[in-house]
Design a protein around this ligand. Structure first.
Ligand SMILES: C[S@@+](CC[C@H](N)C(=O)[O-])C[C@H]1O[C@@H](n2cnc3c(N)ncnc32)[C@H](O)[C@@H]1O
Length: 249
């Protein structure tokens, strides 16, 4: 693991203790109606109908894994380099009797057999931690059996530009859409180095890896909002804040 990735991992081991502290709340959330957004459910419906074997890159607290099994997945393997996150997710899934298994490993380089997976699911704060987007796309393509799908629901690459001003949306003077990376200055990855991939770079990496793009939708709503009352003008509907992408091998 390279030095910057290793440094980011230390930040994530610390940040993931939240999943342990809030174990009971997250367990209740997992028991509830599920963490998948309505549009995710719609886009994934034909895939989930088939009872897919799923690998979740950067599975974090694992609520999406429980939701995927409830929505039809045969099984989910969550892959995360935080042993704290994977441990808490495993405990929750076991307590709920869900077919979810967790592996502590780095993405890319996922220790799962080639061409053995029906759906690679990822996003919600995942791609910014990828140092090499081509290697990430190749790893997803490698795992998929022919006909299998990659699904991404992610923060829009323009999001690092927006300030959280509440009156008018502003562009941060210290950020560029075309920058390679920046240091995270918000919860939970504070202090870690994020990489920036434009939408063009992400789509190109996926198609270069041999996948066929089926859906690419951009949304005004962010996938995540802070728990305080912050209501940035950048989230009011005029700017892109998230996207969904479905590609097939
Ligand atoms: C913002 S969280 C999102 C996780 C998940 N999508 C969710 O909603 O809970 C990012 C996760 O990626 C993991 N992560 C970051 N870089 C990684 C890498 N290179 N390999 C494996 N896991 C990584 C972190 O440990 C963290 O759990």
């Amino acid at each position: 693991m390279d030095e910057v990735v290793a440094g980011n991992r230390v930040v994530w081991e610390r940040a993931s203790t939240k999943h342990v502290r809030e174990y009971d709340e997250l367990l209740e959330e997992a028991r509830g109606e599920g963490s998948l957004f309505a549009r995710e459910r719609e886009l994934l419906a034909p895939v989930l109908e088939e009872g897919p074997v799923v690998v979740h890159f950067q599975s974090g607290h694992g609520l999406d894994d429980v939701a995927l099994v409830k929505a039809g997945a045969k099984s989910v393997v969550g892959v995360d380099y935080s042993s704290v996150a994977a441990g808490a997710a495993q405990r929750r899934a076991t307590e709920l009797g869900m077919a979810c298994r967790y592996v502590v490993a780095e993405v890319p380089g996922v220790p799962v057999r080639d061409a053995s997976v029906d759906l690679v699911y990822t996003g919600k704060g995942a791609l910014i931690w990828m140092r090499d987007i081509d290697a990430w796309a190749r790893d997803a393509a490698r795992l998929l059996r022919p006909g299998g799908h990659l699904f991404v629901y992610e923060a829009h690459p323009a999001v690092p530009l927006w300030t959280w001003d509440e009156d008018e949306p502003q562009i941060r003077p210290d950020r560029s859409y075309f920058a390679e990376s920046h240091i995270n200055d918000t919860f939970p990855g504070n202090g870690a180095q994020e990489w920036q991939w434009t939408l063009g770079q992400i789509v190109t990496a996926i198609t270069k890896a041999g996948l066929r793009l089926q859906v690419l939708e951009e949304y005004a709503e962010p996938f995540w909002r802070p728990q305080d009352d912050t209501n940035a003008a950048a989230w009011s509907g005029r700017l892109p804040n998230s996207y969904a992408l479905l590609a097939q091998r």
